[in-house]
Write a protein that binds this ligand. Structure first.
Ligand code: ZN
Length: 230
C-alpha cells in the first residue's frame, strides 16, 4: 500500500496544488500530519481540500490555536496570523480544526503506525529534529508499541530506520525550513515485509503565495522566508 504524507501545509494553496499534481498515481491514501492552517493566505481552501481528501488527519499546534482561539503558545506574529485566519474561516471550519485528534493509530498491512504532529509525548509542541539521537526514536517506538512513527512540526524532512522500526517526517508542504524552498512531502510504501519512505520536492509558484500574504496584510516575513526555504 502506498501512502502520501503531507504536513505543515500552512494555508499555502499554490504549494498544495503542485504536490497534489505530483502525487497523482503514486499513492492510494493520504495522511495529513497537522498544521493545515497558520502563516499562509488560503486557509479555507486548504482546509476543505484536507477534509475532502485525507484518509487520516491529526491536529497541529496552529490548527489548535486557530480552532480554539488560544494563541498563548505562539509568538506574536504567528498569533497575529492565527487571529487573521479565525476571521477568514467559518465557525464550522474552526470547530473542525478544534476537534481534530492529536494522535492517531493506523493499522497498515499488519503494521502499527502512530501519526502525530509534534511527538508522541507532546503531540502539539515537541520538536523532533533529524539530528535527534536514535535512542529517542527507539524509546518512542517501544513506548507506543508501533513499528512506524510519522511526525511533522519541524518542517525538516528525514527518515530513520532503527532496529525497532521506521521514524520519518515528510517535511513541510507550505513552509519548508531546510534551505530548499520547494514543497516537501513523502510517499511511503508499506508492505507486510518492508517500509520505504521517499521524500519528494516539488517546485511551485512561491511568488503567488508571497503576494497573497502581502495583500492580506499578514506579516511580510511569512512571504519572504518562502523564497529561501527557511
Ligand atoms: Zn508547522
Amino acid at each position: 500500500m502506498k501512502y502520501a504524507f503531507l504536513s505543515d501545509i500552512h494555508s499555502n494553496l499554490a504549494a498544495l496544488n503542485e504536490v497534489v499534481k505530483d502525487m497523482k498515481g503514486k499513492a492510494e491514501k493520504i495522511v495529513v500530519l497537522g498544521d493545515i492552517v497558520g502563516y499562509g493566505p488560503k486557509p479555507s481552501e486548504v482546509l476543505e481540500w484536507v477534509r475532502s481528501n485525507a484518509d487520516a488527519v491529526v491536529q497541529g499546534n496552529h490548527d489548535y490555536s486557530v480552532g480554539t482561539g488560544d494563541t498563548s503558545w505562539l509568538n506574536a506574529s504567528a498569533a497575529f496570523a492565527a487571529q487573521w485566519t479565525r476571521k477568514v474561516l467559518s465557525y464550522e471550519q474552526l470547530s473542525y480544526l478544534a476537534s481534530l485528534p492529536q494522535k492517531s493509530l493506523l493499522n497498515i498491512e499488519g503494521k502499527k503506525m502512530l501519526i502525530v504532529h509534534g511527538s508522541p509525548d507532546d503531540p502539539l509542541h515537541e520538536y523532533v529534529f533529524p539530528q535527534t539521537h536514535d535512542t529517542l526514536f527507539e524509546h518512542y517506538l517501544k513506548k507506543e508499541k508501533v513499528t512506524i512513527l510519522a511526525m511533522g512540526h519541524t518542517h525538516y524532512p528525514f527518515t530513520k530506520d532503527t532496529p525497532s522500526g521506521t521514524v520519518f517526517n515528510p517535511g513541510s508542504v507550505g513552509q519548508p525550513r531546510d534551505g530548499d524552498p520547494r514543497a516537501s512531502y513523502a510517499i511511503a510504501e508499506i508492505t507486510h515485509d518492508y517500509v520505504r519512505v521517499e521524500n519528494r520536492r516539488v517546485d511551485y509558484n512561491i511568488k503567488e503565495t508571497a503576494d497573497l500574504i502581502y495583500d492580506a496584510g499578514l506579516p511580510r516575513k511569512f512571504g519572504e522566508r518562502l523564497f529561501q526555504g527557511v
